[in-house]
Write a protein of this length. Structure first.
Length: 530
């Protein structure tokens, strides 16, 4: 039954690939039509007057010239290539051996290479030849046109070897349909049309009229063949899934359960832990090792894997298939910083790597001290900066009309924007030499009151760290936190946000004063700002 489904899916994908190629051939035939009419008119001899033949010949010459130019532009358009970290066989012979064995078992061609991406996904990606991009490419196998297997790095660190093998079986099986000449040709056409349309959209039609016309042609071809291209890919996926159905099927069900867990932990780690570090110019160098800690903590707190969880962690992790997992993790971590945030502004200080052990001091404490310094500068308090003086000024500002908003505006003006900076140079993009930051899901910028609350809470945390046993710390799921040795005080920390909101929004400092007293914080002591 599985072979029958695979055969039907492959035939469906091939039929739709032929439809894509027919759209290409129809466009070519349309471009050659004036030339064919001209040949017929000249072959008719004296029966056709020159006043008809020569204008048609001129139109044919212009048409064929434009068609050749458009064809060259479309053919030479470079499709976007995902920035990845290449994994040559010397760096991971065990991983390459596992993929080759899997391909042999599936009776499909070997992938042309292996690369890692800082994302929770895996796919096959066609890579242009080195002479097309002018840059290096992953070490290929014997078939230089075989697609590269791109693996999500969190999978490699979180999943066990058997789970990774089962998860990648349908992906590797896709090299079979990819080797079909009609499907490969149709994919090249679609990629070239898409790349041309993208280049034309970014260029000025007045300055680049030929590129604009090429983009119009590419968009028309995409519109004509888009449905067939989508159905072709759907057929390819169905054929690959049917081919891999019998390979590690039971383990694949367990591996799919880990995909959602890996995605949740990876997203939480990036937004709560990595982003604060990126904003201060530091990039954690062991993100994938960190996601293991985050997922372990997530499973413990939410009881997502209460049965057999410890025994699963005792199995061999897939990152053991790498010769130097620490070095690969560092490369992936730097790529994630560039992709999701960008990089330091031009002329600014270069980014510095960050070990997890230094995170509380280098990120948490630094962020709090910077925010506290901006708060005291906005308050324009004279003398030694103390929390008691800041609370008095804040209470006064909160009870005049517009005072709190004016204070929030002064702090906001001094706060660095929370947007990605200019990305650093890279060879990932052959056109601009830059890696454009992908960013996180769009969120509205924080209001002035929210910024003010953040800065007041930071000042309180600084005072607590200076006058009590509380210390800045890293929580794998919540990011920067203030940690105390007393369970009661840890519970009290959850009330801090509400107390600060009472001060800022309602001009009521009493809840915060009560919290400070209960936590043993001395508001009369100086707050260290640097």
């Amino acid at each position: 039954m599985g072979q029958r489904q695979q055969h039907r899916a492959t035939l469906s994908a091939r039929d739709h690939a032929l439809a894509v190629l027919r759209a290409r051939n129809s466009a070519l035939a349309l471009a050659l039509l004036p030339c064919a009419v001209g040949v017929v008119l000249f072959a008719a001899g004296s029966g056709v007057p020159d006043a008809v033949r020569w204008p048609v010949a001129a139109l044919a010459a212009v048409t064929i010239g434009v068609a050749v130019a458009v064809g060259v532009l479309i053919t030479r358009a470079r499709p976007a290539v995902t920035p990845t970290v290449d994994v040559p066989e010397a760096a991971a012979p065990a991983l390459h051996g596992l993929i080759r064995d899997l391909a042999d078992r599936l009776a499909v061609p070997h992938p042309g290479g292996i690369a890692l991406t800082p994302d929770c996904d895996s796919w096959l990606e066609e890579r242009p030849r080195a002479r097309d991009t002018g840059g290096p490419r992953p070490e290929p196998s014997a078939d230089t046109r075989a697609p590269v297997l791109v693996i999500g790095s969190p999978f490699l660190w979180w999943m066990r070897v058997s789970e990774l093998r089962a998860l990648l079986a349908p992906v590797v099986a896709g090299t079979g349909p990819s080797a079909h000449p009609d499907i490969a040709a149709a994919r090249r056409c679609v990629r070239s049309w898409d790349a041309t349309a993208g280049l034309a959209a970014a260029a000025s039609p007045l300055r680049h009229p030929l590129l604009g016309f090429s983009g119009l042609v590419a968009r028309l071809l995409l519109r004509a063949a888009g449905t067939h291209a989508a159905e072709m890919e759907r057929g390819v996926a169905a054929a690959a899934s049917a081919r891999a159905h019998s390979v590690d099927h039971g383990v694949r069900m367990a591996a799919q359960e880990q995909v959602g867990l890996a995605y949740a932990g990876w997203d939480r780690l990036l937004t709560k832990v990595a982003l604060p570090a990126w904003r201060v110019g530091r990039w954690p160098r062991r993100l994938n090792a960190g996601v293991v800690s985050a997922l372990t903590e997530l499973s413990r707190r939410d009881r997502l894997a209460p049965q057999g969880f410890a025994s699963r962690l005792g199995e061999r992790p897939a990152c053991d298939l790498l010769e130097e997992p620490g070095r690969v993790d560092e490369e992936i971590s730097f790529l994630a910083a560039r992709l999701f945030h960008g990089g330091p502004a031009r002329g600014g200080a270069p980014w510095a790597p960050l070990d997890w052990a230094a995170y509380p001091e280098e990120v948490v404490d630094r962020v709090w001290r910077d925010r506290a310094a901006r708060l005291f500068a906005a308050l324009d308090t004279e003398g030694t900066p103390t929390l008691a003086r800041a609370l008095s000024e804040l209470t006064e500002a909160a009870t005049g009309p517009g005072g709190a908003d004016a204070l929030a505006a002064r702090i906001g003006a001094a706060t660095p924007p929370r947007t990605a900076q200019e990305p650093p140079p890279s060879a990932a993009d052959g056109h601009t030499g830059l890696v454009a930051p992908l960013g996180f899901p769009a969120q509205p910028p924080p209001s002035g009151r929210e910024v003010l609350v953040e800065h007041v809470a930071a000042a309180v945390c600084c005072a607590a760290a200076d006058t009590t046993g509380a210390t800045p710390a890293l929580d794998w799921l919540d990011g920067p936190v203030l940690r105390t040795g007393s369970p009661r005080r840890r519970a009290d920390l959850k009330r801090l946000g509400g107390c600060v909101h009472s001060l800022v929004d309602e001009a009521d400092p009493e809840p915060l004063r009560a919290w400070l007293t209960a936590a043993g914080v001395r508001p009369d002591k100086p707050v260290r700002l640097v």
